[in-house]
Design a protein around this ligand. Structure first.
Ligand code: SAM
Length: 265
């Protein structure tokens, strides 16, 4: 007889019980804050027109340290909000590559960069279409700074959309965590010694946040250290900072962790 594959429960009820277990008595308030409008601000400094994004995302992208001559790569760049923040902060002689694998999202990224950046800044930025999970293997030690904003469960989006809620499953979150780790391992391999990677998600699930970093420390313990991060909001976690909307006046969710490559892999 064919073996039955065990499926994790899916749908709105499974979503509710999963996050109720994770957040306990905090869940009801957190859930309410996730259903409210996000705290967006206009980022306009040095841009042709204001770009609206979550203030926590703006601060996160601003917390990747950049230095003169750095080779900076935004591994998962579309639609491009954090790329605009990096572009505006680009020091002299530094270069920025904005990478995005999806063709449709890359087209949107091009539109955002063209529409919001001045032409002199736009000329310093290259858009590529690589698979972020393979960058480290194909181009080891080719970057000094990496922004790694991985695809994640995006629970704020899920909770406000009945179709996404119905499709939600814990196994999807597990799959995203595996993909996120593959991208982080690739980013570590792609960094030159002394380089830094800022790992970012908009996930609530620890499986896609601290647990991905924990796995990186288990698999790459000899070559990474954690750096401190200063964000105006957020709760410290084992490895990073988690900004949650019930405790940050509607900002987030956003998880951020800054790692430095210390030695050769
Ligand atoms: C969370 S979004 C990035 C948001 C973006 N940083 C911003 O602030 O506007 C993640 C992006 O990663 C892209 N992506 C997914 N898998 C990828 C891969 N293997 N390589 C490169 N990009 C990928 C997705 O298409 C998506 O656009």
């Amino acid at each position: 007889m064919a073996k039955q594959r065990r499926r994790s429960p899916a749908g709105g009820d499974a979503f509710e019980s999963h996050y109720q277990v994770l957040f306990g008595s905090r869940w009801a308030g957190l859930r309410t804050s996730l259903m409210q409008s996000p705290h967006r601000v206009a980022f306009s400094e040095g841009l042709l027109r204001p770009y609206y994004l979550d203030e926590a995302s703006l601060f996160a992208a601003a917390s990747l340290p950049l230095a003169e001559g750095d080779r900076v790569v935004d591994f998962c760049a579309a639609p491009g909000g954090k790329s605009l923040v990096l572009a505006r902060r680009l020091p002299p002689a530094a270069t920025l590559i904005c990478n995005e694998r999806s063709a449709s999202r890359r087209a949107r990224l091009h539109r955002v960069l063209d529409r919001y950046l001045t032409s002199d800044l736009r000329l310093r930025i290259r858009v590529t279409a690589h698979d972020a999970t393979r960058w480290g293997m194909l181009r080891p030690k080719s970057c000094d700074r990496i922004l790694l904003d991985v695809p994640c469960s995006s629970e704020r989006h899920v909770i406000g959309d009945p179709t996404h809620l119905e499709r939600w499953s814990q196994s999807r979150s597990r799959h995203l965590a595996i993909q996120a780790f593959a991208m982080l391992a690739s980013a570590i391999d792609a960094l030159a010694d002394g380089g830094t990677v800022l790992y970012v998600t908009c996930a609530l699930a620890p499986a896609e946040n601290d647990e991905v970093i924990d796995k990186a420390f288990r698999k790459r313990a000899d070559c990474i250290t954690r750096l401190a991060l200063q964000l105006p909001w957020g709760e410290p976690t084992r490895y990073g900072v988690h900004v949650l909307p019930d405790n940050a006046a509607g900002r987030g969710p956003l998880y951020v962790c800054l790692l430095r490559k210390t030695a050769q892999v």
